[in-house]
Write a protein that binds this ligand. Structure first.
Ligand SMILES: Nc1ncnc2c1ncn2[C@@H]1O[C@H](COP(=O)(O)OP(=O)(O)OP(=O)(O)O)[C@@H](O)[C@H]1O
Length: 303
């Protein structure tokens, strides 16, 4: 189990994280969310042992995670960290990059394992391509596969699908997260993308103002967001009389006490998002069709 106990950390005396505590069991998937600059990457680096902790402790099972003051080489064999920089070897091929840390004394096993990982990240067509000739998204997939090569017990991922195009993203997420579950590899994913979380994370942790402001399953946080910051991660929302309503929880009706004027309609695939001016504020309502600007409409709550 990963145990993070009352950790504090700052750069140059400016506190970035204050008194964080949480835990994660083997094989579980934890998503870390928070606005830009809230400390997600810093937290991953601390979990990896990249910095010394001025206060608090981190353990993976019995092993305490310590920083450079105690370790000549940063990191531990049971943990891998995929940063936003990838850190690959450009002049060798995809399969050579992935196989680099696998034992060459078992060539057949090495080849089999490399092939298995290339399949997980859906890069079969590029196995023999030099990394320098790959796109950013393809490099990101090689970095993921390489982190998995030696089968870590825990994987830290910083925005793991940020460079991958939308055509590939969803199938790649399914493939990678399914693989991690099958192999019982715990993973911690720092992300801005709700699609990395919904459907995959067992638990979500929300960072804000240096601390954890919420810690729960994605389902519970989605259904009961409590704070605008949490709702905004998932969807367009409105605060009405102190309550949070997603746009799909409001509907256009023939008549109601809530009246407004349509400012804009935005097509979003399955439906349209209407921006309605009500009480000099914008209210977002999901609707099956477009409504011309300046139309007067009534809206109410979906039951
Ligand atoms: N090496 C560093 N030296 C000094 N300050 C830093 C350093 N790295 C990050 N910071 C600061 O620490 C804070 C947290 O940064 P961090 O990169 O952890 O946030 P983040 O949530 O990962 O952001 P993003 O979502 O934009 O990647 C920011 O205010 C940032 O400016």
């Amino acid at each position: 189990m990963l145990q993070v106990k009352n950790i504090h950390f700052g750069y140059d005396k400016i506190l970035v994280l204050e008194d964080l505590s949480f835990s994660l069991n083997p094989g579980r998937n934890l998503a870390i969310i928070g606005e830009s600059g809230s400390g997600k990457s810093t937290l991953l680096k601390l979990l990896y042992g990249e910095y010394d902790l001025p206060q608090g402790e981190i353990f993976w099972k019995e092993q305490q995670i310590l920083g450079p003051k105690y370790n000549l080489v940063i990191g531990y064999d049971f943990m891998k960290y995929v940063t936003q920089e990838f850190d690959l070897m450009p002049f060798i091929t995809v399969e050579e990059n992935i196989g680099k840390y696998l034992s060459r004394f078992y060539p057949e096993e090495k080849q089999q394992r490399t092939h298995e990982l290339i399949k997980v990240v859906e890069l079969e067509a590029f196995a023999k391509t030099k990394v320098k000739n790959l796109s950013g998204g393809q490099k990101q997939r090689v970095a993921l596969a390489r982190a998995l090569a030696k089968q870590p017990e825990i994987l830290l991922l910083d925005e793991p699908f940020s460079h991958i195009d939308n055509f590939k993203k969803q199938s790649l997420r399914r493939s990678v997260f399914k693989y991690l579950k099958e192999k019982n590899i715990a993973c911690i994913v720092a992300t801005h993308d709700k699609n990395d979380v919904l459907g995959f994370a067992d638990k979500m942790l929300v960072l804000h103002h240096k601390t954890i402001i919420a810690q729960d399953t994605p389902q519970n946080l989605y259904n009961n967001p409590k704070l605008p910051l949490i709702a905004s991660f998932f969807d367009e929302f409105n605060s009405i009389d102190g309550e949070i309503y997603y746009a799909h929880q409001l509907k256009i009706v023939e008549e109601s006490d809530l009246k407004g004027v349509v400012k804009s309609s935005y097509f979003n695939g399955e439906s349209w998002l209407l921006e309605v001016e009500h009480d000099s504020k914008s209210v977002f309502v999901e609707h099956h069709s477009e409504i011309v600007p300046k139309s007067c409409v009534y809206f109410s709550f979906n039951n």
